[in-house]
Design a protein around this ligand. Sequence first.
Ligand code: NAD
Length: 257
Amino acid sequence: MDLKGKTAIVTGSNSGIGLGVVRELARAGADVVLNSFTDRDEDHDLARAIGDEFGVTARYIRADLSKGDEARKLIEDSGRCDILMNNAGIQHVAGIEDFPTERWDAIIAIMLSSAFHTAAVAVPMMREQGWGRIINLASAHGLRASPYKSAYVAAKHGVVGLTKVIALETAQDPITANAICPGYVMTPLVEDQIPDTMKKYDMDRETAIKEVILERQPSKDFATVEQIGGVATFLCSAAAAQITGTTISVDGGWTAR
Ligand code: NAD
């Protein structure tokens, strides 16, 4: 795999899956743009460290993806966009009657609307450059529902639908658009759910993970961020040039059930 000369922008990439994907794309030679909305010194140090480790250009650009104009500016300020991965995400768990409106709005904005805004700027750039790969990080929850995750499930189903539309609109361009649908990957987003799950079910950590969190994942194991990065890298390969408008599940058998 040789992605030298390509620039990859990965949203929400100072931790978890996004960081794993950035590292795998950089390992394949791509220049990378990291993003989050925290803008701490460590975010810039992280970009520098990745650049040094893989011998690529790595930059950090702060953008709050809950705001459409900042999502668009992220792509514009990157100057070039060959690979776009929409990955930033947040979660909230509550029944529909108690779901805070501001959390609904934030989840839809960060996970769904930002993917629309970034693609709106990236697609014309990719057309002009003559090559492009759009990879949207959806979820098994983009294909299956779970109770108490209304905004997350709605946003991820929306991301899958949006991906298919982008694929159809770019089908005759050298551009592909696909969604990766992981089951559970051990990242800070999942780590945050563990204490509440332990408390709610009065379980120790290991039991809460196996019996509640991984309940629907037949493999009973988490995917790794490197595995998600590997799938993203594959989608950028020549072998994947005709793969567009589809979902690739990395879910230990969850959606096979
Ligand atoms: P994470 O918390 O490590 O990463 C989320 C990222 O989003 C962080 O980098 C954070 O800074 C960024 N972010 C949050 N709000 C933002 C905003 N307003 N603007 C810009 N960036 C923002 O969690 P993760 O598990 O790595 O999640 C990454 C993606 O993978 C999410 O879309 C999540 O829904 C999806 N996903 C995760 C799992 C899993 O099991 N971890 C499974 C399926 C899908």
